[in-house]
Design a protein around this ligand. Structure first.
Ligand code: FPP
Length: 237
């Protein structure tokens, strides 16, 4: 069944900080990894729903650079989960016309995950329905520093650098800035996610923990966005 949206004003690009897997598991008396497993299932549901609702780009914060500091066993389980997820879902992405991309310092990922990321990117590169970016081993400041390094390495001079040429050096090259950023689990901060790109993003916070964030809640967030008044720093005359 098609959802009833008021006409127009849909976010083209939605970013999601998927937070609260650990707390969800702890509340249920389960190991944290069960929260991540359930979180990955939710990611699948939300990817499908986003496409259905006409979102053109979806960026999911799956693993931050700071997350590398978690206990070794938890990091290993998340990496395994990513591997299993990508191996299985990349064919689904092709079927659904979803172009998969990754953002982040991929050099730090285990070789197996890196290979699968490259394979999924290549396999889906011609897909046109939606761009799905997985931010993995990602930090917004790190992305900006890596972009500065790329500019210096290319021998660019100050007059070559503009906001748009700089944006082309970021991992999100070619994507529009996110219109809407959703964060689950009640925390109200950006946590190093898409720092450059979120300059004018609308923010939506919900107390729902990520493993409980379903299609209906996504619909609620999109509807909330639709009635916002975005002025980008200007006044309406
Ligand atoms: C945040 O919950 C979640 C993570 C750090 C890992 C996210 C991983 C997934 C959702 C699964 C993989 C995703 C895909 C797309 C395959 P938290 O552990 O920080 O929760 P807490 O704040 O309650 O401890």
């Amino acid at each position: 069944m098609k959802p009833e949206f008021p006409p127009g004003n849909m976010p083209g690009h939605v970013g999601i900080i998927m937070d609260g897997n650990g707390r969800w598991a702890e509340m249920k008396g389960l190991p944290r990894v069960e929260g991540h497993r359930r979180g990955a299932e939710r990611a699948k549901e939300i990817i499908e729903a986003s496409k259905e609702f006409g979102v053109k780009a979806l960026t999911l914060y799956a693993f931050s650079l700071e997350n590398w500091q978690r206990p070794k066993a938890e990091v290993a389980m998340i990496m395994k989960l990513l591997e299993v997820y990508l191996r299985r879902e990349m064919y689904e992405f092709v079927k659904e016309g979803i172009h998969f991309r990754a953002a982040g310092d991929l050099n730090r990922l285990p070789q197996g995950v890196r290979n699968l990321v490259a394979q999924a990117e290549a396999l889906t590169s011609a897909c046109k329905n939606m761009v799905l970016t997985a931010a993995i081993s990602y930090g917004g400041r790190d992305e900006i520093v890596r972009a500065v390094k790329k500019a210096l390495q290319s021998g660019a001079s100050p007059q070559d650098i503009s906001e748009s040429s700089f944006a082309d050096l970021l991992d999100t090259k070619g994507l529009p800035d996110p219109d809407l950023i959703i964060r689950t689990s009640g925390e109200k901060r950006i946590s190093n996610f898409l720092l450059w790109q979120s300059a004018y993003s609308e923010l939506y916070f919900t107390d729902t923990l990520w493993p409980e964030f379903g299609r209906e809640e996504l619909l609620g967030a999109l509807r909330d966005y639709q009635v916002r008044d975005r002025r980008f720093g200007a006044v309406k005359l």
